[in-house]
Design a protein around this ligand. Structure first.
Ligand code: SF4
Length: 460
């Protein structure tokens, strides 16, 4: 089960909820919201299946492999506890779930917070204890306290051929800018040192609400990525430091150019997560990708001229229907030229309901496998060279974990540089740190060694 939010005190007849959270950071944010709401309704949380009155499984339904994982998790929760409510992306396919697991108590879809909470109320009615609602508590977080995901919108207005997110999650629905900033401010005041801005399409934030302006700290602020980035850059931790602010899922629309100077000024973490997915104009067109324009390489150069330390992460799909050897070579050449810092590669996998499934010229599995291996070879070589160039430099590192002393009394720690987002990028391994070092500390580290993914060093 998801390591549960700790309930400080459990009242005698308080109902306990178990939670299994699968899928992407966006699903994790949904789990946090559901749990926060349930706690406000008087529920406590179980650390294991046995202690739960009901188990919630927040599923992912993006790829067929994710659906299998979701069904397996539901099966495990039924075997271990028996009383299971399913929610999340795969909840849109209630029939498929019930066909395999007819015992589930209820199935609700993504973002149907009200329905999930209602289902919990039906199957495990909350205790009516007199003290339950009186003590205000901070929102529940499933991520470590020192970093938090900040979800700015739901859904997406695009229709990429391989993706069913718009069908699952609907059209773009942006949150009000003041609500986003208030949440960010609250998180930073509660100890968050790193904010990870997420959505399906961060550059499109506010398009659906016509970039509606709101008053924030006596200023008019628009629901727009650049305004939001500038305001997030003004936040300060209780110790007076600027939190790291990372932008994820940014499509290279022209206004992205405006956030690069904010990175150079230190207001934003010099990091951009741009899911390019391919480089060949022909394949991008087949994929129906947004912001598919030819000048990306030139823009990468100009961004690096403004902010030399900017780290660019991206993901790519190989073996998309219609991708020829020539298209694939175009991608490899583009990668050599682009010199991206972090790359995730995926073999194309048909997703039930996606338009790409019906495209002609599907690529055989063996060819996908071979192209994947070639992509990894190029991107790992580039990553190794980029990381090797950091040896000898002193970089700020945020600490994620501090170990126990070994037989010589040395303590190791794991952290991340500004080029590394949690869960998806590399790590910085530190030797010989003081026992007083704690997760969330931001320290200067001298880099002593590097491999293809990670850095190694010691406190400067
Ligand atoms: S931009 Fe494309 S891949 Fe991303 S969520 Fe929207 S449709 Fe899916």
């Amino acid at each position: 089960m998801t390591s549960a939010p700790t309930a400080p005190t459990v009242l005698p007849d308080q109902k306990k909820i178990g939670m299994v959270s699968l899928g992407c950071p966006k699903a994790l944010v949904d789990s946090e919201r559901i749990l926060t709401r349930l706690r406000a309704d008087g529920y406590a949380f179980a650390e294991d299946y046995a202690g739960a009155d009901v188990v919630l499984v927040n599923t992912c339904g993006f790829l067929d492999s994710a659906k299998e994982e979701s069904l397996a998790a539901i099966g495990e929760a039924i075997a271990e506890n028996g009383r299971v409510i399913v929610t999340g992306c795969m909840g849109e396919e209630a029939d498929a779930i019930r066909a395999v697991h007819p015992q589930v108590l209820a199935v609700t879809g993504a973002h149907q917070y009200e329905q999930v909470v209602e289902a919990v109320h039906t199957h495990a009615p909350p205790s009516q204890g007199p003290f339950v609602d009186l003590i205000p508590q901070p929102d529940i977080k499933l991520t470590p306290r020192h970093y938090s995901y900040l979800k700015i919108s739901e859904g997406c207005n695009h229709s990429c051929a391989f993706c069913i997110i718009p069908a699952l999650r609907g059209k773009l629905a942006s949150r009000r800018i003041d609500a986003v900033l208030r949440e960010a401010e609250k998180l930073v005041a509660a100890g968050t040192k790193e904010l990870l801005v997420i959505s399906q399409d961060t550059s499109a934030y506010g398009v659906d609400i016509r970039h509606d302006s709101r008053q924030w700290k006596g200023r008019e602020v628009r629901a727009h990525m650049t305004d939001m980035a500038r305001e997030l850059g003004q936040l300060r931790t209780p110790e007076g430091h600027a939190p790291w602010v990372r932008l994820h899922y940014v499509y290279p629309y022209p206004h992205v150019d405006q956030v690069i100077p904010l990175m150079a000024e230190g207001l934003l973490t010099p990091y951009l997560d741009i899911p390019f997915q391919h480089a060949s104009p022909k394949v991008l067109k087949l994929m129906r990708r947004p912001a598919n324009e030819a000048k990306v390489l030139e823009r990468l150069k100009s961004w690096r001229a403004i902010c030399p330390d900017i780290a660019i992460r991206s993901s790519f799909v190989v073996g998309f229907p219609g991708e020829t050897e020539e298209d694939f070579r175009y991608l490899l050449d583009w990668l050599e030229e682009a010199q991206l810092d972090r790359v995730g590669a995926f073999r194309f996998e048909p997703v039930e309901g996606a338009a790409a499934n019906a495209l002609p010229d599907q690529v055989p599995e063996a060819v996908k496998e071979e192209r994947y291996a070639r992509t990894m070879e190029v991107t790992e070589r580039i990553s190794a060279a980029k990381l090797a160039a950091k040896v000898g430099r002193t970089l700020p590192v945020i600490i994620d974990e501090v170990g126990e002393p070994d037989e010589d009394g040395d303590i190791g720690a794991t952290g991340r540089s500004q080029a590394d987002a949690p869960e998806i990028d590399g790590a910085v391994y530190l030797r010989n740190v003081p026992a007083s070092l704690a997760p969330g500390d931001i320290v200067n580290v001298t880099i002593e060694d590097a491999d293809a993914h990670d850095l190694f060093g010691a406190l400067a």
